[in-house]
Design a protein around this ligand. Structure first.
Ligand SMILES: Cc1cc2nc3c(=O)[nH]c(=O)nc-3n(C[C@H](O)[C@H](O)[C@H](O)COP(=O)(O)O)c2cc1C
Length: 174
């Protein structure tokens, strides 16, 4: 192991400060619930992190560049009658307002929600991931999919939150 990696591991958790910007869209409250559960976990495992959450409808393209890490979260909707779409507010933000934004290698993560009764289950996850890749962001953890009601799925959210923190440690940061 290199001395740089050793030095990074020696950095105590409490001074590993990261600014996480969560941009989410939620209609019936499920995505908001997942975001809240995630923030609860992050506050305990990464107390040094600064976390800002904004709803997609109040987010401007440049806001997507703020912070060290961008987290996009949205459920799947049938906007315009076609199933498997992003929440309309997230769709307007990413596919209209911020359609020419360059994420310039920014570390990103995505959460997509959906319901197993739809053919395109949780397709929002794919749309978010695609946006990150197409706009030159860097996905640092596999995308979290929450299928059906999120109540009772807090453990999966917690495990994913820990993965996010691990992926953000200085040794992994470039
Ligand atoms: C009108 C409508 C359309 C939906 N379309 C889909 C869909 O195409 N695919 C899917 O997986 N879930 C679909 N869902 C389910 C939602 O994505 C799911 O209930 C989600 O948890 C809602 O999250 P939210 O409350 O944060 O908006 C749809 C729900 C509604 C009410």
């Amino acid at each position: 192991m290199s001395s740089t990696a050793n030095a990074a591991e020696a950095v105590p958790q409490f001074i590993q400060r990261r600014a996480l910007h969560i941009v989410f869209a939620s209609t019936s409250g499920h995505t908001a619930y997942v975001v809240d559960a995630l923030i609860g976990v992050l506050k305990s495992v990464a107390p040094g992190w600064e976390i800002e959450e904004t709803v997609a409808e109040k987010t401007q393209p440049q806001d997507l560049l703020s912070g060290d890490i961008l987290l996009l979260a949205s459920a799947t909707w049938n906007t315009g009658g076609i199933e498997g779409q992003l929440n309309p507010h997230m769709s307007v933000l990413l596919h209209d307002k911020a359609k020419t934004l360059d994420l310039a290698g920014k570390p990103c993560a995505c959460i997509g929600l959906g319901d197993h009764r739809y053919f395109y289950t949780a397709r929002a996850a794919d749309h978010l991931q695609h946006y990150v890749g197409a706009h030159h962001g860097r996905l640092i953890v596999p995308t979290l999919k929450i299928i059906d009601e999120p109540y009772g799925q807090e453990e999966a959210v917690g495990a994913w939150g820990k993965q996010l923190v691990d992926a953000s440690k200085p040794a992994d940061w470039s």
